[in-house]
Design a protein around this ligand. Structure first.
Ligand SMILES: O=P(O)(O)OC[C@H]1O[C@H](OP(=O)(O)OP(=O)(O)O)[C@H](O)[C@@H]1O
Length: 308
């Protein structure tokens, strides 16, 4: 079936997803009123990938489509996006939106040493070349003001997990003190605190290496307070572990953690608990046992705005 102007006007009509994100796709499709269609994957013995897109009886896809792919552990996934997006175009998709709840390769935004690849400046345009629009949640854009700068030439939409994390936190720890572990987290901590009239403060952090950071607590009295550390992501967990130790030393009554992106593995999470973290909560941007805050409704709402 060839794409008609009517179909283009009708908004996205399908949500394409890879087979390991069936649950996330079902949630987003239901919230957004889309039909979820799986892309089948086959890995050849030599490691190469074959994708098969879910075409209709005449071998086509709808004129508008959304591709859901959260980009944690991203290296294979970037090849998937390349194969899927180019194939979708050849099968009739004229407007293609990437929904990447976690957007990878945004953290290296400058060359810290001569010769380093500035990944954000390479992966962002790569995605812009494949997709008409790119949507993500709380991207890590330290020295870049907007996602549009990182992903030029595509329409960009940023959804925040902070309000929904705040709703969760206030139910679990009413009256908590929200603390951000570094300057960049201030944007999310302030937003979450304002939503429920919570007190908040932000640490300062110096990063020395992948697993080495120095943190200083803000000048706020944490004695006897239920503290919730709020950040965009936990990866090795060293940032949150160090902040947690300092908060306990300063007399906090409890320290829990809420993050948008739970990139942390089981061993690092265990180390975080050993450092004094009580509960560890996350949105479902990255599938993880700690997921307790679904993002489907917020993403669906943003998709509606994108295609309105
Ligand atoms: O769990 P971890 O391994 O500690 O990583 C997570 C931390 O890293 C990121 O900040 P980062 O230090 O990269 O901020 P920067 O952009 O200021 O370097 C992120 O915002 C977290 O605070």
């Amino acid at each position: 079936m060839a794409a008609s102007p009517h179909m283009l006007d009708a908004g996205p009509s399908c949500l394409l997803y890879l087979d390991d994100e069936q649950a996330a796709a079902a949630g987003l499709a239901a919230a957004a009123g889309l039909i979820a269609l799986p892309i089948a994957r086959h890995r050849f013995p030599d490691g190469e990938l074959k994708l098969t897109l879910p075409v209709d009886a005449s071998g086509h896809l709808p004129a508008r489509a959304v591709l859901l792919r959260s980009l944690h552990q991203p290296n294979d996934k970037l090849i998937e996006l390349l194969l899927a997006a180019r194939t979708a175009r050849s099968l009739g998709v004229r407007h293609l939106t990437l929904v990447a709840p976690y957007l990878a390769y945004m953290r290296q935004d400058i060359a810290f040493h001569p010769g380093e690849a500035v990944s954000q400046r390479i992966v962002g345009p790569f995605l812009a070349d494949l997709f008409d629009a790119v949507m993500t949640v709380d991207p890590h854009l330290h020295r870049v003001a907007t996602l549009q700068e990182a992903v030029p030439a595509a329409q960009t939409v940023v959804v925040s997990g902070a309000p929904l994390l705040a709703d969760w936190i206030v139910r679990q720890r009413p009256g908590a003190l929200l603390v951000g572990p570094d300057g960049e987290s201030a944007q999310w901590v302030a937003q979450a605190a304002a939503r429920h009239g919570l007190q908040h403060a932000v640490c300062t952090k110096e990063r020395h290496g992948d697993r080495s950071v120095t943190i200083a607590l803000p000048p706020v009295n944490v004695q006897g307070r239920a503290v919730v550390l709020l950040d965009d992501m936990a990866s090795t967990g060293h940032t949150l572990a160090q902040a947690t130790r300092l908060l306990w030393q300063a007399g906090a009554a409890s320290v829990d953690v809420a993050v948008t992106h739970a990139l942390i593995d089981a061993a690092s999470l265990q180390a975080l608990h050993a450092a004094g973290v009580g509960q560890f909560w996350s949105t479902d941007c990255v599938a993880h046992p700690s997921n307790c805050v679904p993002m489907a409704s917020a993403l669906a709402q943003a998709l509606g705005g994108l295609h309105a």
